[in-house]
Every structure is written in structure tokens, then in C-alpha cells.
Design a protein around this ligand. Structure first.
Ligand SMILES: *[C@@H]1O[C@H](CO)[C@@H](O)[C@H](O)[C@H]1NC(C)=O
Length: 223
């Protein structure tokens, strides 16, 4: 057992040397920060409080005259509610924000109706969005709106239970009833942050980010 002290010194010496080497030349930790999004995953976000909104007949939006076109235009920013993204130093790319795109689609259907009814001249390239004006007289662009809007409605999935209106006889029996969806309170999403994101990007285009499937204004830009 005369060897033991040497052995202990050798082990301590080796550990000390390794510690010194590791201290002087640390093994770089793997860094994934360049791959990570600066944003949090959508599921971790607390949904904002809903706004109780009573649906009504809004004549300003039901009016098919050209004078009422501005009412529809006012449902998005003057530039159409796009997210303006700085693609490179000289090019700003327009990205869509779905709600504004959906409203625009409905506006296009309204315009098609105006033309069919002779309220608006055909071939009129009036536009609020800035881009894509060329397709507006293209019937295929409008039919795309039908499937797009159908999916948008199903996606939003408003599950409000709509109480029917009733007309009663003098004895109190129901004479007629029906569902018109009017005067019904809905729990609506506050859309202020979507307007804010579009407006801010109009002032100064946003930088590109590592876009991934399912990104929303909320998880990328916050409320
Ligand atoms: C920026 O991108 C646009 C669109 O791809 C391209 O036409 C332009 O040449 C690019 N400019 C620079 C400075 O890279």
C-alpha cells in the first residue's frame, strides 16, 4: 500500500489540471437562441377579456349605394389593414391580417353585387387595399371569397345561442317565431391590437421574424 499516497496525488493532480483546463478553455454550451422565436407560443397566452356586443342591423353597411362605400372602407385602415414587413432594405412586403382580409372579401362581393345591379360601373378598379386590384373584376377571385369566408366563419366558431323572436296572439300563444340574430349579445374578441399592429407597420414596416405556421398577431406582436 506504499503506492496509495502517490495515487491520491495523481488523482487530485489530474482533477486540478482538468479543472484548470476547463476553466481556461470552457466547452461552449450549445446555443439555440438564434433558432428561437422572440415570441411565446400561442397556447401560453391568456386570452383577452371578451367584449359583449349586441348584433344589430347596421344600415350603413347594408346600403349598396356608392356613397356607402366609405362605410365599408372604414372597417380597415385606409391602406387596407395589411401588415407591412421590411423584406430587404428596398422592398416592403404586404402580409395579410386575416380579419381585414375577410372583411375585404365581403366588400368585394358587395362590389360585384353593385355592378350586377348597375349601381356601379363594371370595370371600375376602385380599391382600398393597395395590392391585388387587378383581380377584382375576375369572377374567380370572388368565388374564392366564398370558400375563404365559409372557412373563416367556421374557424371563428361563434357559439352564441340565438334566441328566436316571437309574435304572440292575444291569448299569449306563439303566432310566428324565427331566428334573425338581431339584438343578440355576442362575446366578441377585442380587435384593437390588430388595428394597432397594422397601423404601426404602416408608419414603419416591421422587421421580418421567424414566421411559423399558425402565427397570430397576438403571439408575435402581443396585445
Ligand atoms: C429586395 O427585394 C426585391 C424583391 O425580391 C428585389 O427586387 C430587390 O432587388 C431587393 N433589393 C435589395 C437591395 O436586395
Amino acid at each position: 500500500m506504499r503506492q496509495t499516497p502517490f495515487c491520491i496525488f495523481a488523482i487530485i493532480g489530474t482533477i486540478f489540471s482538468l479543472a484548470t483546463i476547463l476553466y481556461l478553455f470552457p466547452i461552449p454550451k450549445p446555443s439555440f437562441s438564434h433558432l428561437m422565436c422572440h415570441c411565446s407560443a400561442p397556447s401560453t397566452l391568456t386570452p383577452p377579456p371578451r367584449i359583449r356586443t349586441t348584433f344589430q342591423s347596421i344600415t350603413a353597411l347594408e346600403d349598396l349605394s356608392e356613397e356607402a362605400d366609405t362605410n365599408w372602407a372604414s372597417l380597415a385602415t385606409p391602406k387596407g389593414g395589411f401588415l407591412r414587413v421590411q423584406y430587404n432594405e428596398s422592398y416592403v412586403q404586404l402580409w395579410g391580417i386575416s380579419m381585414f382580409h375577410q372583411l375585404h372579401c365581403l366588400e368585394m362581393i358587395r362590389m360585384t353585387l353593385q355592378k350586377e345591379m348597375g349601381i356601379k360601373a363594371k370595370g371600375n378598379h376602385h380599391h382600398g387595399g393597395g395590392k391585388g386590384a387587378e383581380h377584382e373584376d375576375d369572377p374567380e377571385h370572388i368565388t374564392h371569397c366564398f370558400s375563404y369566408l365559409a372557412q373563416a366563419l367556421q374557424c371563428a366558431g361563434d357559439s352564441t345561442i340565438e334566441k328566436p323572436w316571437e309574435a304572440h296572439s292575444r291569448q299569449g300563444y306563439i303566432k310566428v317565431d324565427g331566428v334573425d340574430g338581431l339584438d343578440i349579445v355576442h362575446q366578441c374578441k377585442n380587435t384593437d391590437h390588430m388595428w394597432k399592429a397594422a397601423r404601426k407597420s404602416e408608419e414603419k414596416a416591421v422587421e421580418t421574424w421567424e414566421w411559423k405556421e399558425g402565427d397570430e398577431i397576438e403571439n408575435v406582436f402581443g396585445y
